[in-house]
Design a protein around this ligand. Structure first.
Ligand code: MG
Length: 487
């Protein structure tokens, strides 16, 4: 710990990054797609075995109030890699093969900052931050990339939308396959990750593995099919866990465990309308696409032997926006030139006495709508519409209510368009205050009992609206910057 503070002090005095080469930690981020808060066994699942995620939790810290900024793939990843609320950089929602946008070239991303500090960098999995050339991973700081540019349902295997073009698989900037065998995804990304570690064992590296699974449509390789007690979904998660185990084994093999910070988390909550092909949010309300806890609170474990305490559970609220400033600090890399929203949470990760989240509050947007705010144990939902599963779910990988949609609804946009395509219906919530300490499932609105708390949170909401905007109140955010656009 003293070394960390000493390096901060020296950094401040000299204005130069001072972390010695051998002290710069390797950084490995393993990101699951749509994995629910209740899916890993260390988060209470009794049907799915995740011994390697559990091992990370035992050898490090398990975070129980770790948030993503938005409950959907693109926006969540944008925050993870820029340290900004997705709304600040105009990257809400989820991109598809028709999207012409991506992270603006002026935004400095985590991998670019680390690369400039001498890190070898690679991304294996699902990118989802723009598939046009200027936005591709290898133009944005990754030395190597293999994987898909957007979601795995963005192709002929989409569960409800026929006629989508083939799903491309890239190596670098070249499409090397179309409609790859999705049952091999987890194996492929694991092999690439292990190979990368072997190749770069003698220099600092940043390895980002945004796995495609368990986003629908789900697939497990033959070796894992039928192995779990939770059907195909369980098989898929167990294979993902085994892949994580192989990455951990590689770190051990090359004696890199001690100097490597490993972070495992999910990009958003489970896609509940897909029934047995979706995960579980455990005790949390709702899932993906909603700003209830089930959509934005994710499983997250971190290990860095000797730095991050082992056998610890940390319930302090934290968010992905905080990873970039924290990791840059640890690597001796400068922060981005443009303002960001995240803050250094190293003291919380390291278990320093009395360390708390450096934020007054975290804000939850769905697209451009500001839905909720969390401060301490309180979460306030502003009046908003949200998606909830429309009727009984299924076991065949199709969403609830499949086949019942009116064709014209398929063409509508926004919440209602998503609802009709993915088996949801739209509901409304009024101004509601929840005490997450006693009511993690957001079941009992206590706004009437705590008008002072509501007032305090509404003041924070006003400030957030002025900063990042809010389409529900037609507020333009003064901090909002444009995304990149390319033909
Ligand atoms: Mg996702």
């Amino acid at each position: 710990m003293w070394r960390y503070w000493l390096s901060l002090v020296t950094l401040a005095l000299s204005g130069l990054p001072v972390v010695a080469h051998e002290q710069r930690p390797n950084i490995v981020i393993l990101l699951a797609d749509d994995l629910g808060y209740g899916d890993p066994s260390c988060y209470g699942n009794t049907q799915i075995r995740t011994p390697h995620i559990d091992q990370l939790a035992r050898e490090g810290t398990r975070f129980t109030s770790f948030y993503v900024s938005q409950p959907v793939c693109t926006a969540s990843r944008a925050s993870l890699l820029t340290g900004c609320y997705a709304n600040r950089i105009s990257m809400s929602g989820a991109l598809n093969h028709l999207s012409k946008v991506g992270i603006h070239p002026q935004e400095q991303m985590l991998q670019e900052l680390l690369k400039a500090r001498g890190y070898a960098t690679a991304c294996y999995g699902k990118w989802h931050l723009g598939d046009r050339p200027p936005f591709q991973p290898t133009r944005r700081g990754f030395d190597d990339f293999a994987g898909i540019p957007y979601s795995n349902d963005n192709g002929p295997l989409h569960p409800t939308m026929p006629g989508l073009p083939p799903l491309p698989f890239y190596r670098g900037e070249k499409i090397i396959e179309k409609d790859p065998d999705q049952a091999k995804f987890t194996r492929r990304f694991t092999d690439l990750a292990v190979e990368f570690i072997a190749q770069h064992q003698h220099e600092p590296f940043f390895l980002y593995v945004p796995h495609v699974m368990p986003h629908v449509p789900i697939f497990a390789s033959e070796a894992f099919r039928g192995r779990s007690k939770a059907g195909l979904y369980g098989d898929v998660v167990e294979e993902l866990d085994a892949g994580i185990g192989e990455v951990l084994a590689a770190l051990r093999r090359y004696n890199l465990e001690k100097n490597t910070l490993v972070i495992f988390l999910s990009d958003n909550g489970p896609f509940l309308s897909y029934g047995t092909h979706a995960g579980s949010a455990g005790p949390l309300r709702e899932g993906k696409l909603t700003t209830f806890e089930g959509g934005v609170r994710v499983p997250c474990v971190m290990r860095w032997p000797g730095k991050i305490p082992a056998h610890r559970i940390c319930d302090e609220p934290l968010m992905t926006i905080d990873l970039l400033p924290t990791l840059c600090q640890l690597a001796g890399a400068p922060l981005p030139r443009r303002p960001i929203d995240g803050k250094d949470i190293a003291p919380v990760l390291f278990g320093d006495k009395n360390a708390h989240t450096p934020h007054n509050a975290y804000f939850f947007y769905a697209g451009d709508e500001l839905h909720a705010v969390r401060s301490g144990k309180w979460k306030l939902h502003l009046p908003h519409e949200y998606l909830t599963v429309n009727g009984p779910t299924r076991t065949d990988g199709k969403p609830a209510n499949h086949g019942q949609q009116k064709p014209e609804a398929m063409t509508s946009s926004g919440l209602r368009g998503i609802a009709s395509r993915h088996g949801y219906k739209v509901e409304k919530i009024e101004l509601s205050l929840y005490n997450l300490e006693t009511d993690i499932g957001e079941t009992t609105n206590v706004a009437a009992k705590h008008p002072d708390v509501v007032q305090r949170l509404l003041t924070l909401v006003e400030a957030a609206r002025r900063e990042w905007g809010d389409s529900l109140t037609n507020t333009q955010g003064q901090a909002v910057r444009p995304c990149g656009v390319s033909e």
